[in-house]
Ligand binder design. Structure first.
Ligand SMILES: Cc1cc2nc3c(=O)[nH]c(=O)nc-3n(C[C@H](O)[C@H](O)[C@H](O)COP(=O)(O)OP(=O)(O)OC[C@H]3O[C@@H](n4cnc5c(N)ncnc54)[C@H](O)[C@@H]3O)c2cc1C
Length: 424
């Protein structure tokens, strides 16, 4: 009987597992199913470009049928609502899927640390839908502000507070600062009426980066007119009112990028998780509870060399690839191997043409780092879908008209429910 391997979630981790296993289908007696609730893979690291009006939403969607065209991996478009680990089945609202080996790669979600009002009133940037909701909100703030004569009211509508100085917050602040200039021209608004804050509770932003590069990013943001507030937390939020730990109040829109946790769906399953809803795994990336269940990417909780595995793309790709090899080893009766991460670096963009990067020990900034980031994205797309995906990337990033204008954002055509926080 062939061994059934089911991968849950087609993010960076799930695709990495499937791509490695794909090479062995037909040579080994395995069946591989990849179950994903969307029909596409989301290029999550580029969501800020959608929210900041730089690229169209299609730029971050890769149709799964294109990635697995002519492949023996079975791609199933379904949402799993329960997992029965005893009978080894995944359940959706209409089907059940049996497995011999399961890989959980359901990613993460923002974490609001139960701060009053954040969940209700803050915009978030983690899913494809949220990036469109945020983009539409920003656009509509400028559209509405252009019709308001009371300057104080107009300024309130044009105040944006981004909570979290990690790479999501910094990249979004950079995009928004660039888009703001275009929107001011489009709606005849004075630039001085727009205020963008980046608020970070720690003494510095981008703590994942080397201090010198983090400082360069901060300087670039300031040059763009972003107010960077460090050692300043968000205490609570009401509709349009944001209360800071320094006792100040800002009236405007809050965009929450300050915390991350595993997918809450996993916390409801009968599997051992940490307090942030990530599956506890051993050094083989195997659940500490079930030997035939593995977890990859953002849904992993594991301490490696004294530090938790970071929730970044490299962790997703490397854990995914490693798990595929370990599952094949188990099937072949060979020894499984401990996971050893091998990080190559970090890259953070601030707008279209500026980035900082530390890759394989080499630090760079400016246009070179920005070009490097594009090269890394192109390399990833080549790995998963070869030349056609690269052509799409070039089209969306470099050839299409940049910055949404009246012509390509028509708020009236967005589906209902896509214009409020927390509808997704
Ligand atoms: C704006 C932004 C910028 C970022 N920038 C960077 C960066 O520059 N560099 C970097 O390394 N990292 C960055 N990250 C983090 C990076 O995106 C994540 O670490 C990465 O996406 C994790 O991959 P994953 O496969 O674990 O999860 P995901 O990519 O989140 O994939 C999980 C998949 O599971 C699916 N799924 C979930 N639940 C179910 C279910 N019940 N049934 C079926 N399918 C389900 C989801 O639809 C999704 O497709 C950024 C993140 C954001 C939001």
């Amino acid at each position: 009987m062939s061994k059934k391997i089911v991968i849950l979630g087609a993010g960076y981790a799930g695709i990495s597992v499937a791509k490695e296993l794909e090479k062995h289908i037909g040579k080994k007696d395995i069946e591989v199913k990849l179950i994903e609730k969307n029909s596409f893979h989301t290029l999550r690291t580029e969501l800020h470009e959608v929210a900041g009006g730089r690229v169209s939403p299609e730029a971050v969607q890769v149709d799964l049928n294109r990635i697995f065209k002519n492949s023996k991996v079975q791609v199933i478009n379904d949402e799993i609502v329960n997992i029965d680990f005893d009978s080894q089945k995944l359940l959706s609202n209409s089907y059940e899927y049996a497995y011999d080996y399961l890989v959980i790669s359901t990613g993460s979600r923002p974490c609001c640390f139960n701060l009053p009002g954040v969940n209700e009133y803050a915009y978030q940037l983690w899913s494809y839908e949220e990036s469109i909701v945020l983009r539409n909100h920003i656009y509509s703030c400028f559209q509405r502000a252009s019709k308001i004569t009371d300057r104080e009211e107009r300024k309130k509508l044009l105040t944006f507070v981004i909570a979290g100085g990690g790479f999501t917050g910094v990249e979004l602040a950079g995009e928004l600062a660039e888009w703001k200039d275009k929107l001011c021209i489009q709606f005849s608004i004075k630039k001085e009426d727009v205020t963008i804050y980046l608020v970070e509770a720690l003494p510095s932003i981008l703590n994942i980066l080397d201090t010198k590069l983090a400082k360069k990013c901060e300087a670039r943001l300031k040059k763009f007119g972003v107010n960077v507030l460090t050692e300043c937390g968000i205490q609570s939020v009401e509709k349009d009112n944001i209360y800071l730990s320094n006792q100040k109040k800002i009236e405007g829109t809050l965009i929450w990028t300050a915390g991350i946790q595993g997918n809450p769906f996993i916390a409801e399953m009968d599997i051992k998780c940490d307090r942030r809803f990530r599956v506890e795994v051993n050094e083989y990336m195997q659940s500490v509870q079930y030997g035939n269940v593995f977890s990859a990417g953002d849904s992993v909780s594991h301490i490696c060399d004294g530090k938790p595995l970071p929730q970044v793309v490299e962790t997703a790709l490397q854990t995914g690839n490693h798990i595929a090899k370990n599952i094949l080893n188990i099937i072949d009766g060979k020894e499984i191997k401990a996971f050893k991460p091998n990080y190559h670096g970090v890259m953070v963009s601030v707008g279209f043409s500026y980035a900082v990067a530390k890759v394989m020990g080499i630090k760079c900034s400016g246009f070179i780092a920005s070009a490097l980031k594009h090269m890394v994205n192109i390399h990833y797309l080549y790995m998963i879908g070869k030349v056609p995906l690269i052509m799409d990337y070039i089209k969306h990033q470099f050839l299409q008209k940049r910055y949404c204008s009246k012509l390509n954002i028509s708020l009236s055509v967005e589906p209902e429910g896509l214009n409020e926080p927390n509808t997704v």
